[in-house]
Design a protein. Structure first.
Length: 332
C-alpha cells in the first residue's frame, strides 16, 4: 500500500440534539441538508448553510438504522429496528410523515432508491429485500415485490445507474444482482432466487471466503466494487481495522486498506467511486484513493466509536456520527 497522507479534513459543523447513539446519516442530493437517525428513535435534519437544525421527524417507535433521500430530494426514507421494523417516507419540506410501509419482520438495515425515484428497495435482518413502488406519490407507495432466498441478513442494496438491476449483499459477503423485469413481474409474491439465465440476473457471488465478521459494506455507485469493513483481533487482544475493496463480478481484491486501530463500522463511496470514506471505533475518519489504496486524509473526528459516515454529493464534505450523540461535518 502507498504511504499514508497526513492531511486532515477541516472541521465545519458540530450538531448536538440526539440523546443516544447515531446510527445513520444521509446528505440531500443538493448537499444542503444532512439527515441523522439514531437509537433515540428520532430523525433530525440539519441545515449545512446556517449550521442549524431544520426539523425533528418523530414517529418511529424503535431505533432508526438507515436513511436515504429520493433522487429529487423531496422525500426521505427511513428504516427502523426490531420493535416495529417499518419503512417510513417523509416530506422533506414540511417534515410530515407521508406513509408507513409494513412487512419486514426484523431490523431494516439498508435502503436504496432507483435513479428515477420510482422504486425504493429495503433490506433487513429478516433476510428479505422488499421493493416498493413510489411512482411519484409517496403517500400511496405500495409493495411491488419481495426478494427472498437469502441465508443471512442484508447489509447493502444498490440500484444500477440505469435502474435496470438491483445489487444486494449479505453479511456473509454473498452478492446477487436482480433484474428489474424479473421482480417487476413477480407482483407481491416472493421471488425466491434470481432467475437462472444471464439475461435476468447473475448467480450469487461469494465475494470472499474469509470468515471474518463484516461490520460494514458499501457498493460503489456503479455497482462494480464492494467495500467491506472488518476488525481483526490480535494476539495482544488489540483490534486492527481492515477494509477490503473487491470486484463484485469475481471477488478479486482491488485494494486492502489498513490504518484504523479498531473495527471499521461505516463506509461510503463518493459519487464517482474514486474515493472511499471510512469510520472506525477508533473515532477516526479517513478517506482513501480507491484505485491506488493511498490514504488521502486522516481526521480525529470523535472521542468514541463512529457508527455512520456520509460523503456529500459534490465530494467536498464529510459527515460522521456515533456513540457520542454528535453529528460532525468536515470539508476536504
Amino acid at each position: 500500500m502507498p504511504a499514508a497522507a497526513n492531511t486532515t479534513a477541516t472541521a465545519a459543523h458540530k450538531f448536538a440534539g440526539h440523546t443516544s447513539w447515531i446510527y445513520s446519516l444521509a446528505f440531500s442530493p443538493d448537499g444542503l441538508t444532512l439527515a441523522s437517525g439514531g437509537w433515540d428513535e428520532w430523525i433530525r435534519l440539519w441545515d449545512l448553510e446556517t449550521g442549524t437544525q431544520r426539523a425533528v421527524l418523530e414517529g418511529h417507535k424503535s431505533e432508526v438504522y438507515c436513511l436515504a433521500f429520493s433522487p429529487d430530494g423531496k422525500t426521505l426514507a427511513s428504516g427502523s429496528a426490531n420493535n416495529t421494523s417499518v419503512v417510513k417516507l417523509w416530506n422533506v419540506a414540511t417534515g410530515d410523515e407521508q406513509t408507513e410501509l409494513l412487512g419486514h419482520k426484523n431490523v431494516v438495515h439498508t435502503l436504496g432508491w432507483s435513479p428515477d425515484g420510482r422504486w425504493l428497495a429495503s433490506g433487513g435482518y429478516d433476510r428479505t429485500v422488499r421493493i416498493w413502488d413510489v411512482n411519484g406519490n409517496p403517500s400511496a407507495a405500495a409493495l411491488q415485490a419481495t426478494l427472498g432466498g437469502f441465508n443471512h441478513k442484508l447489509y447493502s442494496v444498490l440500484f444500477a445507474p440505469d435502474g435496470q438491476a438491483l445489487h444486494t449483499v449479505q453479511a456473509d459477503k454473498v452478492t446477487r444482482s436482480w433484474n428489474r423485469a424479473a421482480w417487476q413481474a413477480t407482483g407481491t409474491g416472493t421471488l425466491a432466487k434470481p432467475p437462472g439465465n444471464s439475461t435476468d440476473a447473475t448467480k450469487p457471488t461469494v465475494i470472499s471466503a474469509d470468515p471474518s465478521w463484516v461490520h460494514a459494506t458499501a457498493f460503489s455507485p456503479d455497482g462494480r466494487l464492494l467495500a467491506c469493513g472488518y476488525g481483526q483481533h490480535q494476539p495482544d487482544r488489540s483490534v486492527v481495522g481492515h477494509v477490503e475493496i473487491r470486484e463484485v463480478s469475481n471477488g478479486r481484491v482491488v485494494n486492502n486498506l489498513l490504518g484504523h486501530q479498531n473495527f471499521v463500522h461505516s463506509l461510503a463511496f463518493n459519487r464517482d467511486g474514486s474515493q472511499l470514506l471510512t469510520g472506525g471505533w477508533d473515532g477516526e475518519l479517513r478517506t482513501w484513493d480507491v484505485a491506488t489504496g493511498q490514504q488521502l486524509t486522516r481526521t480525529s473526528a470523535h472521542d468514541t466509536p463512529i457508527l455512520a459516515v456520509a460523503f456529500s454529493p459534490d465530494g467536498q464534505k464529510l459527515a460522521s456520527a456515533g456513540y457520542d450523540q454528535l453529528v460532525r461535518t468536515f470539508t476536504l
